[in-house]
Each structure stands twice: as C-alpha cells, then as structure tokens.
Design a binder for this molecule. Structure first.
Ligand code: ZN
Length: 405
C-alpha cells in the first residue's frame, strides 16, 4: 500500500508575499519567477503526484520576539524601522552591514519579517503528524549574522529555523529511535558559498562541549579572496568541532565530483542519524550562473543537484525542510526549484519539459525547457584532491560516531 505523504510548501497563494520577497536587491523579481513557474507547471495541483500531497501555506510574518531569538535587539530595531532606509546614519548602517552588497531597500522591514517568518512557518508545518517535508524557496539566507546583514542576506532564517526545530517536542518514541534519544537535526548546505552565518551560529569553539544534536555540513567553493572568508570553510581537522563540517571544492565541480563528495555526506549522515534534515538548496553552483565557478547540472544523472536532493528526500528517514539560497540567473533558479519541488513530491518532471506559456515565459529563451545542463568548464577537482577530502572526513566521521554512542 502506498503511503500518502503530505508535502507542505510555504509557497504563498496571494501575490503580496511574492511582491515583498521579489524586492531583494540581489535577486529582483526572482521570487515571482519561481512561484509562477511552479504554478504554471501544475506542481500545486492535488493530483500532480500519485503518492504525495501538497498544501500551500501562506507564510506568517515573524514577530519581533521570534526574530530576536537569534538577531540582536539593536539590529532588529534598525532593520525593522522603515525610516532607517532613508534617514539611518551611515555609521550605524555600516555597523549593521547595511552597505555595499546589502544596501537598505524600500520594503526591507517587511522582507525581513516575511522571509524569517516563512522558514519558521515551514518548521511549524512539520509539527503536523502527516507533514513529511516543507519547502520555502524564499529562505536559505545563510550569510546573515546575529547583528549584521551580509552577502545579500538580511535575515538569518536558516539559523532561526534550526533554533525553532531544536525547540520542537521530542519525536514519538519508536523502535527506530528508541525511547530516550534526543532529537538530532542535520543542516546540509549545497550553495556555492560557505554557510558562514549558520556554521558560526552553532559552532562549538571547545571540542567536546555543548550539545551534539545539531550538525552543519556545507559543500561549497573556497579560495583566498572568495566570499565568505572563514576559518571554518576549510576541510575538517581532527582538532576541530566534528559537528561543524565543511567540504570545499575547487572550480569546475561537476556531477562526477559531487557524486564522489556525496559519499562523505552519506558517511556523515549515517554516523549522525538525524531525525530532521534542513537542506539549503542554493543554485549558484549550477552551470550558467553568473558566479561561473562550478559546472553542476540540475539532473537527473548521478551527482547532479536533483540527484543529491532526491537522495535526501527519498532515502533518508525523518522530516525535511528544503530552503532556497543563492542563484543569480533567475530563470535557472526558477527551473531548479520547480524541478526540486517535483522531486520532493516523488514525481520528478522530465528535464525535457517545455516551459508552459505564462506571464514570465519570454524569460526562458532560448531553450524554453526545464533543463539546466552542464557547460564545458574543466573540473579542477582531481582524484588526488578528492582522496584528500575523503581522508579529512575519516576523522570527523569517527568522532561523530564516537560522540553519538
Ligand atoms: Zn551563494
């Protein structure tokens, strides 16, 4: 008998939230493309998937107290005050990171409340017994800090969601989890850039202290001068916190490199055995993105973005949240997140699917298909380098297994 799983998407039905999330200066109008493409492909239709049901849930804007569970009061007082956009003084804007790639913008207060609240809405949905997975493609702002905007990110929705998950009640005891086990949450970040905001929020500076019930793992590009600069963005060292993991890849990373790197992800997952998994599905590593660093394809082959997300959705136990992130070719971001929505629904679309005629149809020229294929960039991740990655993860995986006994 097939189990009908319920997949909740916090993809709003009314246009107001999309208009707000479309204001993000680094990704103007992207949210609108994402939601209209998903809708035009029929992904929200009740009969789209034979096995899973989708429900659209309007996101609830976050209140001050919810945002203040991570962000400082001073940061929120400034960023939530509409007057700060025009009249806030320059040194205060600098203090809060509201300059350069994070300029204050009209609608910023509503945006912060909405995107923070959308990811928290996804967490709330997971409380429903029949809800197995929640999606928030406007979330995934993984660079925002406690008291600073950074890297196009004004609200730390990933961190807020992980903190909210930690506050959820324990899962019902079962033969699978045992009666006394504390809930474990794994955060997996697939964005081109290191998840510095999230990793720093939960990093334990003294190895062996703190709660080993939340693990972060970021697969990304790292190189001198490449944003963000962080000592945590390197390969794991035996002396480091094994619950804050980083897997840096070199330029040109292709499906075959991701397929190899995925073996490390599976080893970490097996050792940690999480009850909840939050995946940041940033798509700026896909071929064709203006960042032009990786050469990753959307799917469906082994190691592709779609293949990786399908492993999490279909093969890992527990409840999941899928978040968005980077992605600076808006039509490709819309293609990718529409395809990943179909993967999450257990009914992957063919990548040959033609883009339906809808309001943003001309943006999908010249292919007018769903695919985001790889280009011809050379993959600089040699077999020797990937052996080094494997070896670096040996100690980390052993340390996790030891702590989880
Ligand atoms: Zn990114």
């Amino acid at each position: 008998m097939k189990v009908r799983q319920r997949t909740w998407g916090s993809l709003e039905q009314c246009s107001f939230p999309t208009q707000i999330s479309s204001l993000l200066p680094s990704n103007k109008n992207r949210s609108s493309l994402v939601h209209t493409l998903a809708r035009s492909l029929g992904l929200f239709s009740r009969d789209f998937s034979p096995t899973r049901t989708v429900a659209l849930v309007p996101p609830q804007s976050a209140g001050f107290a919810e945002l203040n569970s991570y962000h400082t009061k001073e940061y929120l007082d400034f960023v939530l005050d509409p007057k700060s956009v025009d009249s806030g003084n320059v040194s205060t804007k600098t203090e809060f990171g509201l300059e350069d790639d994070c300029p204050p913008f009209e609608g910023m207060a509503d945006y912060v409340r909405l995107v923070g609240g959308a990811s928290l809405t996804a967490v709330k949905m997971l409380r429903q017994p029949r809800c197995e997975l929640a999606i928030c493609w406007d979330g995934g702002r993984h660079h925002a800090q406690k008291a600073q905007a950074a890297g196009f990110c004004y609200v730390a929705d990933c961190t807020l969601a992980l903190m909210a998950l930690r506050r959820l009640t324990q899962p019902t005891p079962s033969p699978e989890t045992g009666p006394t086990r504390k809930m474990r949450t794994m955060y997996l970040d697939l964005d081109l850039h290191f998840s510095d905001g999230v990793s720093h929020a939960f990093h334990q500076t003294s190895v062996g202290t703190g709660s080993p019930h939340l693990l972060t793992l970021s697969i990304h590009h790292a190189a001198p001068g490449f944003f963000p600069s962080s000592p945590l963005a390197a390969l794991p060292l035996p002396s480091n916190d094994p619950f804050t993991l980083s897997l840096p890849l070199r330029p040109g990373a292709s499906n075959s490199t991701f397929a190899r790197a995925w073996q490390c992800v599976e080893r970490v997952h097996a050792a940690f055995d999480p009850d909840y998994v939050v995946v940041q599905c940033g798509v700026d590593g896909l071929a064709g993105d203006p960042c032009a660093i990786f050469n990753w394809s959307l799917g469906p082959g082994e190691g592709s973005l779609g293949w990786c997300v399908a492993r999490v959705v279909n093969e890992w136990r527990g409840k999941k949240i899928l978040l968005g992130g980077g992605g600076y070719d808006s039509p490709n971001a819309a293609r990718a997140w529409a395809y990943l929505t179909s993967v999450a629904l257990g009914h992957p679309l063919s990548l040959d699917t033609e883009i339906p005629d809808h309001a943003h149809f001309p943006a999908y020229a010249p292919s007018f298909s769903l695919d985001v294929p790889a280009g011809n960039m050379q993959d600089q991740n040699s077999a020797d380098y990937l052996d080094l990655v494997d070896a670096a993860f040996d100690a980390g995986v052993a340390a996790i297994a030891d702590r989880m006994k």
